[in-house]
Design a protein around this ligand. Structure first.
Ligand code: PEP
Length: 221
Protein backbone atom coordinates (compact mmCIF):
# COMPACT_ATOMS: atom_id res chain seq x y z
CA UNK A 1 0.00 0.00 0.00
CA UNK A 2 1.35 3.48 -0.86
CA UNK A 3 2.05 5.95 1.92
CA UNK A 4 -0.16 9.04 1.71
CA UNK A 5 1.06 12.50 2.66
CA UNK A 6 -1.60 14.93 3.90
CA UNK A 7 -0.07 18.37 4.31
CA UNK A 8 -1.75 21.40 5.90
CA UNK A 9 -0.44 24.76 4.71
CA UNK A 10 -1.76 27.44 7.06
CA UNK A 11 -0.06 30.25 5.14
CA UNK A 12 -0.07 33.55 7.11
CA UNK A 13 -2.96 32.56 9.37
CA UNK A 14 -3.53 31.90 13.07
CA UNK A 15 -2.40 33.31 16.36
CA UNK A 16 -1.11 31.08 19.16
CA UNK A 17 -4.59 31.03 20.70
CA UNK A 18 -6.20 30.00 17.43
CA UNK A 19 -3.57 27.32 16.92
CA UNK A 20 -4.30 25.93 20.38
CA UNK A 21 -8.03 25.79 19.63
CA UNK A 22 -7.29 23.93 16.37
CA UNK A 23 -5.12 21.39 18.20
CA UNK A 24 -7.67 20.95 20.98
CA UNK A 25 -10.26 19.86 18.40
CA UNK A 26 -8.00 16.92 17.50
CA UNK A 27 -7.51 15.92 21.10
CA UNK A 28 -11.27 16.18 21.77
CA UNK A 29 -11.91 13.83 18.87
CA UNK A 30 -9.26 11.35 20.11
CA UNK A 31 -7.55 11.83 16.79
CA UNK A 32 -5.03 9.18 15.75
CA UNK A 33 -3.03 9.40 12.53
CA UNK A 34 -4.36 6.52 10.41
CA UNK A 35 -1.99 3.74 9.40
CA UNK A 36 -0.17 4.49 6.14
CA UNK A 37 -0.76 8.25 6.33
CA UNK A 38 1.78 10.97 7.12
CA UNK A 39 0.02 14.08 8.43
CA UNK A 40 2.18 17.20 8.25
CA UNK A 41 1.14 20.60 9.59
CA UNK A 42 2.95 23.66 8.24
CA UNK A 43 2.09 26.66 10.44
CA UNK A 44 3.76 30.08 10.29
CA UNK A 45 7.27 30.00 11.82
CA UNK A 46 6.30 31.66 15.10
CA UNK A 47 3.95 28.79 15.97
CA UNK A 48 6.43 25.96 15.37
CA UNK A 49 7.84 25.78 18.94
CA UNK A 50 4.41 25.94 20.57
CA UNK A 51 2.87 23.34 18.26
CA UNK A 52 5.86 21.04 18.59
CA UNK A 53 5.50 21.02 22.39
CA UNK A 54 1.75 20.45 22.12
CA UNK A 55 2.17 17.57 19.69
CA UNK A 56 4.82 15.90 21.84
CA UNK A 57 2.37 15.92 24.70
CA UNK A 58 -0.83 14.89 22.93
CA UNK A 59 -0.57 13.74 19.30
CA UNK A 60 3.03 12.79 18.71
CA UNK A 61 2.41 11.22 15.30
CA UNK A 62 1.54 14.49 13.54
CA UNK A 63 4.67 15.90 11.87
CA UNK A 64 5.65 19.53 11.46
CA UNK A 65 6.83 21.45 8.43
CA UNK A 66 7.81 25.05 7.73
CA UNK A 67 6.28 26.98 4.84
CA UNK A 68 9.65 28.11 3.55
CA UNK A 69 13.33 28.07 4.40
CA UNK A 70 16.12 30.56 3.79
CA UNK A 71 18.42 30.10 0.82
CA UNK A 72 21.23 31.32 3.12
CA UNK A 73 22.99 29.71 6.08
CA UNK A 74 23.06 31.38 9.49
CA UNK A 75 24.59 34.84 9.49
CA UNK A 76 23.76 38.42 8.57
CA UNK A 77 20.50 37.87 6.69
CA UNK A 78 17.94 39.96 8.56
CA UNK A 79 14.49 38.45 8.69
CA UNK A 80 15.50 35.02 7.40
CA UNK A 81 14.87 31.69 9.14
CA UNK A 82 17.53 29.19 8.09
CA UNK A 83 17.42 25.42 7.71
CA UNK A 84 19.31 24.73 10.96
CA UNK A 85 16.71 26.78 12.85
CA UNK A 86 13.79 25.09 11.10
CA UNK A 87 15.25 21.67 11.81
CA UNK A 88 14.99 22.31 15.56
CA UNK A 89 11.21 22.05 15.20
CA UNK A 90 10.29 20.49 11.86
CA UNK A 91 11.07 17.62 9.52
CA UNK A 92 9.71 19.18 6.33
CA UNK A 93 9.80 22.53 4.54
CA UNK A 94 7.56 23.67 1.72
CA UNK A 95 9.72 25.23 -1.00
CA UNK A 96 8.61 27.07 -4.13
CA UNK A 97 4.96 27.71 -3.34
CA UNK A 98 3.41 29.80 -6.12
CA UNK A 99 2.67 32.59 -3.61
CA UNK A 100 6.39 32.81 -2.78
CA UNK A 101 7.24 32.88 -6.47
CA UNK A 102 4.60 35.57 -7.11
CA UNK A 103 4.78 37.89 -4.08
CA UNK A 104 8.42 37.39 -3.09
CA UNK A 105 9.90 37.00 -6.58
CA UNK A 106 11.51 33.66 -5.83
CA UNK A 107 13.40 32.35 -8.85
CA UNK A 108 14.39 28.83 -9.88
CA UNK A 109 17.97 29.64 -8.79
CA UNK A 110 16.88 30.76 -5.31
CA UNK A 111 14.69 27.70 -4.95
CA UNK A 112 17.59 25.46 -5.86
CA UNK A 113 19.59 27.05 -3.01
CA UNK A 114 16.68 26.59 -0.61
CA UNK A 115 16.47 22.91 -1.50
CA UNK A 116 20.22 22.52 -0.96
CA UNK A 117 19.97 24.23 2.44
CA UNK A 118 17.02 22.07 3.49
CA UNK A 119 18.74 18.86 2.44
CA UNK A 120 21.96 19.84 4.20
CA UNK A 121 20.01 19.76 7.48
CA UNK A 122 18.02 16.60 6.66
CA UNK A 123 14.83 18.56 6.17
CA UNK A 124 12.62 17.08 3.46
CA UNK A 125 11.60 19.76 0.96
CA UNK A 126 8.02 19.55 -0.29
CA UNK A 127 8.73 21.19 -3.61
CA UNK A 128 5.77 22.94 -5.26
CA UNK A 129 5.44 22.91 -9.04
CA UNK A 130 2.80 24.70 -11.03
CA UNK A 131 2.91 22.38 -14.02
CA UNK A 132 4.86 19.55 -15.59
CA UNK A 133 7.46 21.98 -17.02
CA UNK A 134 8.43 23.54 -13.65
CA UNK A 135 12.11 22.89 -12.92
CA UNK A 136 12.68 20.46 -10.05
CA UNK A 137 16.04 20.78 -8.27
CA UNK A 138 18.11 17.65 -7.74
CA UNK A 139 17.63 15.90 -4.43
CA UNK A 140 13.90 16.64 -4.29
CA UNK A 141 11.91 13.51 -3.42
CA UNK A 142 8.49 15.00 -2.59
CA UNK A 143 6.74 17.25 -5.11
CA UNK A 144 3.37 18.99 -4.84
CA UNK A 145 1.62 19.73 -8.11
CA UNK A 146 -0.38 22.91 -7.51
CA UNK A 147 -1.92 24.48 -10.61
CA UNK A 148 -2.36 28.20 -9.94
CA UNK A 149 -5.95 28.30 -11.21
CA UNK A 150 -6.93 25.74 -8.57
CA UNK A 151 -5.38 27.42 -5.53
CA UNK A 152 -7.93 29.02 -3.23
CA UNK A 153 -10.54 29.21 -5.98
CA UNK A 154 -12.84 26.32 -5.18
CA UNK A 155 -12.07 24.95 -8.66
CA UNK A 156 -9.80 21.94 -8.28
CA UNK A 157 -7.99 20.46 -11.24
CA UNK A 158 -9.40 17.19 -12.53
CA UNK A 159 -7.91 13.97 -11.17
CA UNK A 160 -7.14 13.03 -14.81
CA UNK A 161 -5.00 16.16 -15.33
CA UNK A 162 -3.28 15.68 -11.98
CA UNK A 163 -2.57 12.06 -12.90
CA UNK A 164 -1.03 13.05 -16.22
CA UNK A 165 1.23 15.63 -14.54
CA UNK A 166 2.26 13.18 -11.79
CA UNK A 167 3.20 10.56 -14.39
CA UNK A 168 5.36 13.04 -16.33
CA UNK A 169 7.06 14.32 -13.16
CA UNK A 170 7.92 10.81 -12.03
CA UNK A 171 9.15 9.82 -15.49
CA UNK A 172 11.35 12.89 -15.85
CA UNK A 173 12.63 12.86 -12.25
CA UNK A 174 13.34 9.32 -11.09
CA UNK A 175 14.47 10.57 -7.67
CA UNK A 176 10.93 11.87 -6.97
CA UNK A 177 9.20 9.30 -4.79
CA UNK A 178 5.95 11.13 -4.08
CA UNK A 179 3.77 13.55 -6.03
CA UNK A 180 1.00 15.29 -4.11
CA UNK A 181 -1.88 17.26 -5.55
CA UNK A 182 -2.82 20.70 -4.16
CA UNK A 183 -5.58 23.15 -5.06
CA UNK A 184 -9.07 23.44 -3.52
CA UNK A 185 -8.92 20.02 -1.87
CA UNK A 186 -11.86 19.26 0.44
CA UNK A 187 -13.13 16.26 2.39
CA UNK A 188 -15.56 15.65 -0.48
CA UNK A 189 -13.05 15.60 -3.34
CA UNK A 190 -9.87 14.34 -1.65
CA UNK A 191 -10.27 10.69 -2.53
CA UNK A 192 -10.80 11.43 -6.22
CA UNK A 193 -7.12 12.44 -6.11
CA UNK A 194 -5.72 9.98 -3.59
CA UNK A 195 -7.41 7.07 -5.40
CA UNK A 196 -5.15 7.77 -8.40
CA UNK A 197 -2.26 5.32 -8.11
CA UNK A 198 0.49 7.84 -9.02
CA UNK A 199 -0.77 10.52 -6.61
CA UNK A 200 0.72 10.13 -3.14
CA UNK A 201 -1.23 12.66 -1.14
CA UNK A 202 -2.53 16.20 -0.98
CA UNK A 203 -1.42 19.66 0.06
CA UNK A 204 -4.31 21.55 1.62
CA UNK A 205 -4.55 25.31 2.13
CA UNK A 206 -7.91 26.87 3.01
CA UNK A 207 -9.62 23.71 4.24
CA UNK A 208 -6.77 22.94 6.64
CA UNK A 209 -7.53 26.02 8.74
CA UNK A 210 -10.65 24.38 10.13
CA UNK A 211 -9.73 21.39 12.30
CA UNK A 212 -13.01 19.59 11.60
CA UNK A 213 -12.62 19.93 7.84
CA UNK A 214 -8.99 18.84 8.02
CA UNK A 215 -9.86 15.75 10.08
CA UNK A 216 -12.44 14.95 7.37
CA UNK A 217 -9.77 15.22 4.69
CA UNK A 218 -7.37 12.98 6.61
CA UNK A 219 -10.13 10.42 7.13
CA UNK A 220 -11.38 10.40 3.54
CA UNK A 221 -7.94 10.47 1.85
C1 PEP B 1 -2.16 26.02 -1.37
O1 PEP B 1 -2.10 27.24 -1.39
O2 PEP B 1 -1.13 25.34 -1.24
C2 PEP B 1 -3.46 25.38 -1.51
C3 PEP B 1 -3.50 24.16 -1.91
O3 PEP B 1 -4.55 26.18 -1.19
P1 PEP B 1 -6.10 25.75 -1.25
O4 PEP B 1 -6.22 24.37 -0.69
O5 PEP B 1 -6.78 26.78 -0.44
O6 PEP B 1 -6.50 25.79 -2.70
Amino acid sequence: MKKLFIVANWKSNKTRLEAREWLQQFVKRDFQVPQGKEVIVCPPYHLLPFIKDYLLEYIAEIKLGAQDVSSFPSGSYTGQINATQVKEFAEYAIVGHSERRKYFSETDEMLEEKVKMALSQDLTPIFCVQGKETKIPSGVTVVAYEPIAAIGTGNPDTPEDAEEVAVVIKQKNPQVKAVLYGGSVTADNVNSFTNVSVIDGVLVGGASLDAKKFVGIVGNA
